[in-house]
Design a protein around this ligand. Sequence first.
Ligand code: S3P
Length: 443
Amino acid sequence: MSHSAEPLPMIARRSGPLKGEAKVPGDKSISHRALILGALAVGETHITGLLEGQDVLDTAKAMQAFGAQVERLGIGEWKVNGVGVGGFAEPEGVIDCGNSGTGVRLIMGAMATSPITATFTGDASLSRRPMGRVTDPLELFGCEVTSREGKRLPVTIKGAAEPVPARYKTPVASAQIKSAVLLAGLNAPGQTVVIESEPTRDHTERMLAGFGATITTEVTDEGHVITLTGRPELKPQPVAVPRDPSSAAFPVAAALLVPGSEIRVPGVSRNPTRDGLYVTLLEMGADITFENPREEGGEPVADLIVRHGPLKGVTVPAERAASMIDEFPILSVIAAFAEGTTVMQGVHELRVKESDRIAAMEAGLIANGASVTSTEDSMTVQGSGGLKGGATAVTHIDHRIAMSFLVAGLASEQPISVDDGSPIATSFPDFLPLMKALGAEIA
Ligand code: S3P
């Protein structure tokens, strides 16, 4: 499955109880960062559990283009021989980041303070997404940026030959913006500071510290103040990538919605900056237990046991949005099967993801019989304990929209189709066999 291939229509039907173990793939955010920091370290970084989705494969290819040696040793097992901070070579060709906002934005940051020039492109979805949110702060370091109308891809960055460090307050809660600035700050002398008013996923900070950089986070009146000391020598570390809580959300939701289900999802990251969906599901009354809490690869993980049961609508406050930003599509499906109203607040960032996720979910859910309304910054689902189904949802080159509607179809009265399931390969290449092995009727 590839997002650039022919559309791949898929269909999901009402299924019997889902049972078994769902070993979801490695965390996408951590996988990108492991490859990028491996490429910026001096020596060999060994990675296990890497997500081999198209987004991450595109980042691996990009790191090779910038001069790192990247080699696949086995399933999820990779090694990266890095070139050191400031050691990126100028790529010969254009850097195609495919569907991946994280890939393109983090790599732009990583190269912006080296005296090289690179041009970035992506697929139709990525080419619609805003890049100014990252290129504007990168210009503070002294790089030169040219881009298409509206600061969209293709973007060319002429990296700063004599970078200066930056101090930047992020205008929206975004780990991609924060990470791009921190990665640029690696090759700037002195201290680069990022201030965020709402905390976002902190994998970049954790991994930079693990690779030996001096990085601190202070909570002040201004918000979370992250300070990185530039020009460290990054020392390679073994990286064990935990399983992705955002991918786990799909089999978890399926088990919650399909009567009689009970599944186990082992080794899922429980990083508090990623945990909002699970907090919300517990408030909805979901039967989820977290067993064997432990630390793996510098991240808290646990095994999830999930059982079907009744759910009730809740209000998800805006302060929680960043910690579950990728989980709102599947939450809107769960909300349709719950009893009562679910209100999702502070979700404007969903409008600039792989698709406008509020519009995509609202349209597909309404077509399948749900009652949904939205504003620029919120979404409300009137749960009625079930969903009629019977319609095709348009996925807009968005993996999470595709998986959300396929999960919905497992418990709806009539089957639910998606026009194109091929983007699922960007983040969850084994989604279909994994779900089928649990008993899901998806084709
Ligand atoms: C990501 C950050 C989030 C998220 C994306 C992955 C990351 O984007 O939606 O899937 O790895 O930093 P924003 O930071 O733009 O919200």
